[in-house]
Design a protein around this ligand. Structure first.
Ligand SMILES: *[C@@H]1O[C@H](CO)[C@@H](O)[C@H](O)[C@H]1NC(C)=O
Ligand SMILES: *[C@@H]1O[C@H](CO)[C@@H](O)[C@H](O)[C@H]1NC(C)=O
Length: 165
């Protein structure tokens, strides 16, 4: 191996392990360490991200989840639901849409401006929206997993952002 190759291998290893430590340290401060590590490691941007960057990755997870839930809601609406169910689904469509068009862009803007307090509010609001959706069903909800999942990632996101306060 040439010296140059060896040097870049060493540098590379140092960079990767440095961020494995940052991810570990950061996720320890959240209510769900494993979920946090899972999502951060799944995104290649985490390899050279600072804490703000890690928070932005989690906001992106919120965005993807809200989008997935919205797609599911629209499919359910197309399947001729019962009137009560339809009303709840329409309400949920508004809730998850609010996460996509309000909470996510607000959180991203706040983090990029170095104003993390507002990003905490946005993450907390995403959890509130999902929970309100869940409450709009009088009986069994087809979106329980979506609510739980959104609550989990929002709590992790808020905890990471709080490190920046
Ligand atoms: C939501 O997902 C669809 C399909 O995967 C994609 O085309 C669309 O751009 C996504 N929207 C947002 C806001 O991410
Ligand atoms: C939504 O999920 C959260 C977290 O799992 C849970 O605490 C809450 O009770 C759920 N909301 C409803 C209305 O079921």
């Amino acid at each position: 191996m040439t010296n140059l190759k060896l040097l870049s291998l060493i540098l590379c290893t140092v960079v990767i392990s440095t961020n494995a430590n940052l991810i570990e340290e950061t996720c320890k401060k959240t209510p769900n360490h494993d979920l946090c590590v899972h999502h951060l490691q799944a995104d290649p941007h985490s390899s050279d991200a600072d804490v703000t960057g890690l928070a932005l990755i989690m906001v992106n997870v919120i965005k993807t989840k809200a989008n997935t839930s919205l797609t599911k809601i629209h499919q359910l609406l197309q399947g001729n639901p019962q009137p009560g169910q339809k009303e709840a689904l329409n309400s949920c469509s508004g809730r998850y849409n609010a996460i996509l068009v309000a909470d996510v862009p607000q959180a991203i803007a706040a983090l990029k401006k170095g104003d993390p307090k507002f990003a905490v509010n946005s993450a907390n609001d995403a959890a509130i929206e999902a929970t309100s959706c869940e409450k709009s069903f009088s009986g069994k909800s087809p979106l329980t997993n979506d609510n739980n999942s959104m609550n989990d990632v929002a709590a992790v996101t808020a905890a990471i952002v709080k490190i920046l306060l």
